[in-house]
Design a protein around this ligand. Structure first.
Ligand code: SF4
Length: 474
């Protein structure tokens, strides 16, 4: 049976479809395994003792919370609470559940919720979340009202920076809940893609649904206000955009200078092909060019440092430079022929890279401006002086010339459209963890996996540029 949770409720502000799917289909995050619950118990000498319990399942957490409430412990951190109700008009009862940061016993023996927020200010949806927990606790304990508190921010000792009383109003919340539950009786809302889709567990269903109906939210770089304006003007599908002239699109807020790009993007989706709408810059046509891609981490001073630089020339020679102070600096060749250069630190990685690409004037492409930005901030001055005039953003060059029927312009999305596949994983974090494990173990298999990811990234850029050169209209 699906469960209505606080996170379901928070999504209401963003996407009604998410709420509808969570309520109708059995895939709520709350049903994944809670990890730990802590009971605060008062000892015989009046000291507070914390006792941790590991919970294998959500149901186990609910039962444990119930037992601890019966035992009248002082507080429960990470309490799992749940109630089942039959809502008028529904055939099946609905489960309502929530994981409460801090459940605190009141002088009258009842338990009330404290919601802890890392941010020092309340955000949209926070009040609704605490209303929901309080409503659930009232239901479980057979009462109409309970106090409820926010703890905002935390000082160095873990104490809240501010404590805010929350005014729970049973009538107001029940009215809101009734309005929300009306969604149960309506058809599923269509998929309107938003930036929050990236964090939503339904995205693998919603992207194809939006693509099937060619919904306007497939267009990248349209903000919510523009999408609202388009909706108010009755424009919901990309063929309606295609039927307009680019200049007509400028009447909508947020489009203005992007009108041609948006029109081309709509055409790409409708015609299901790449659409050229701009010129390639001459730098993109230079035969002899380099490609590079960096991987970074935060250093202890909060700065960004490279741990890996992958590079390639336009003939396909690929190298990877890795920071690995535990190993002697120098060149290695992996079993698959991959060339790897080990260096002691990030500045050395930049110097080696500058040596590989030489002192000529060939362009050096990266995907987006991130890599060049990190270089300017963190590479040695002589490297910045040598490379900065040559680095260029291939993603921007591509995006100003061509639109594809894909969502976004990440290298993973664009290169895949042209048939390129990453040999192993396509996830920087997997490469980073293999790199760290190799540094500890010396296992060449792990090193090969991390390097394969890095060299695939630069190979993917070469594939995109080759496509541009081979397909540019005369
Ligand atoms: S993926 Fe996006 S559209 Fe689909 S339910 Fe989630 S937030 Fe809504």
């Amino acid at each position: 049976m699906p469960m209505f949770t606080a996170s379901t409720l928070r999504w209401l502000q963003l996407c009604q479809r998410r709420l509808w799917r969570d309520l109708h289909l059995d895939q709520t995050p709350q049903q994944s395994q809670p990890t730990r619950l802590i009971a605060v118990i008062r000892s015989a000498d009046q000291r507070e003792i914390q006792r941790a319990f590991t919970m294998p399942t959500w149901a186990h957490g609910v039962e444990l919370t119930r037992q601890l409430m019966q035992q009248q412990v002082e507080a429960i951190l990470g309490a799992c609470v749940e109630a089942t109700l039959t809502v008028e008009g529904t055939t099946e009862p609905i489960r309502f559940g929530g994981r409460i940061d801090r459940l605190v016993r009141q002088p009258d023996g009842l338990y009330a919720a404290i919601e802890m927020k890392r941010d020092p200010v309340l955000r949209e949806g926070d009040a609704l979340q605490l209303d929901f927990y309080t409503w659930l606790l009232c239901l479980m304990q057979g009462i109409d009202w309970l106090p409820a508190i926010f703890w905002l921010g935390a000082d160095d000792d873990g104490f809240p920076i501010s404590v805010i009383d929350h005014a729970y109003d049973q009538f107001r919340f029940q009215q809101q809940l009734a309005d929300i539950l009306q969604l149960l009786f309506e058809p599923q809302p269509p998929a309107h893609l938003i930036s929050a889709c990236k964090e939503c567990h339904w995205r693998s269903n919603c992207y194809p649904d939006a693509a099937r109906v060619k919904h306007v939210s497939l267009l990248s770089k349209l903000n919510r206000q523009t999408l609202d304006d388009l909706r108010l003007a009755g424009i919901q599908h990309l063929d309606q955009i295609v039927a307009m002239q680019p200049d007509d699109l400028r009447q909508f807020r947020g489009i203005k200078t992007k009108a041609h790009a948006i029109h081309a993007s709509a055409r790409a989706w409708v015609e299901e092909r790449a659409v050229w709408y701009g010129q390639l810059r001459d730098t993109c046509r230079v035969d002899d060019a380099y490609f590079f891609d960096i991987e970074t981490l935060q250093n202890e001073w909060g700065g960004t440092e490279v741990w890996s630089i992958g590079w390639s020339d336009s003939r396909g020679a690929v190298g990877v430079i890795l920071v690995a102070p535990e190993y002697p600096a120098g060149d290695l060749e992996l079993a698959d022929g991959q060339r790897v250069t080990l260096v002691d630190d990030a500045p050395s990685a930049w110097r080696v890279f500058a040596r590989f690409v030489g002192a000529g004037d060939q362009p050096i492409f990266a995907w987006t401006g991130y890599d060049a930005g990190v270089m300017r901030k963190s590479a040695p001055a002589e490297v910045v002086e040598q490379l900065n005039p040559r680095v260029d953003d291939l993603c921007a060059l591509f995006d100003r010339a061509v639109k594809l029927p894909v969502k976004g312009v990440s290298l993973k999305v664009v290169a895949r459209y042209f048939g390129f596949n990453w040999h192993g994983y396509d996830d920087w974090f997997a490469a980073y963890s293999d790199y760290l494990r190799w540094r500890r173990s010396g296992d060449r298999g792990l090193l090969a996996s991390a390097c394969a990811y890095q060299s695939d990234d630069v190979e993917a850029m070469r594939v995109v540029r080759r496509w541009l050169l081979e397909n540019e209209p005369n």
